[in-house]
Design a binder for this molecule. Sequence first.
Ligand SMILES: [Fe+2]
Length: 391
Amino acid sequence: MTFYRQVGSIPPKRHTQHRRPDGGLYAEELVGEEGFSSDSSLLYHRGIPSSIVDARTWELPDQTLTANAPLVPRHLRLHDLEFKEADPVLGRRLVLGNADVRISYAVSTAPSPYYRNATGDECVYIERGSATVETVFGALTVGRGDYVIIPRATTHRWVPAGAEPLRTYAIEASSHIAPPSRYLSRYGQFLEHSPYCERDLRGPVEPLLAEGTDVEIYVKHRGGGTIHVVPEHPFDVVGWDGCLYPYAFNIADFEPITGRVHQPPPVHQVFAGQNFVICNFVPRKVDYHPLAVPVPYYHSNVDSDEVMFYVDGDYEARKGSGIGLGSISLHPGGHPHGPQPGAAEGSLGVEFFDETAVMVDTFRPLDLGEAGLASDDGRYAWSWSGRGPTA
Ligand SMILES: [Fe+2]
């Protein structure tokens, strides 16, 4: 994270005595990235954060990945998927993935177990619904259009709220996820040209304390999953401070950058991970050169697979392709893509696009998860030519 935050009770000086009402010491824990060389926070626990009383295997949902072969663009209809598990963690179905990032989707009505991703940071986009994300740092109230950034190894759980099912699009990294470095000063402040800034980010505001014994925490890690049983409730942090914590950012707070002619996707970037970026396309005025073509030109991102998730509005460039809300388009590196026939002409003179989409561009090829295979419409590759194989 990029800036300092302080919540709850902490001592005036780090690594000094901080005592409970009964006179005992709180346990100080440093949670830090890149050894001791990057962002960190200091947490003060009532119990001992390393205590466990049992460890057993957690059988993860199907993590099988299948190569995109034959190599074709694909249209995945996430709203056609069915869900047996009703919670936002155990219910995740794997759509796409590679060694750097895995994208899954869940439709939930029930709370998740306590959960910790020991592989990397998570960016969970909320397509619909609302929830409370309870974490060791405090709670976040989140809803439609929020990106929820949860740092690696943060113990937390999701509690859906309201009558509407919670639809979550989870982007799980093998690395950290952060604002692009070009948006930040050398000391980490958002610069004036950034499309969002500190005021748009929501972090925990008070400690979240709970009581309990022998609590299960589902830990996802390289090679599988483990359920740790901890003797006391993991939400025992009376205070913390630092630059590493979960936060939320709403897509409606992204201020789009527009121009006289078409602006390239990097102006739409919101976050970066190792070997992938996250961009979003939001409702905006479009290109105002008198001869501008507002929809994108054809492009061949030779180093990227492009995953577009269509969450709101009406995406001009994909008219006639069958793509609608809840769709994903996968445009793999090695094959050019661009507007469907007629979309360029149809966009001439248009002044505003009412579209919202979340895009993940990966720098290594993506494979299809079981939910990607199950939701593939099988026809999208032929939508530019108007005909497919005749055999
Ligand atoms: Fe593209």
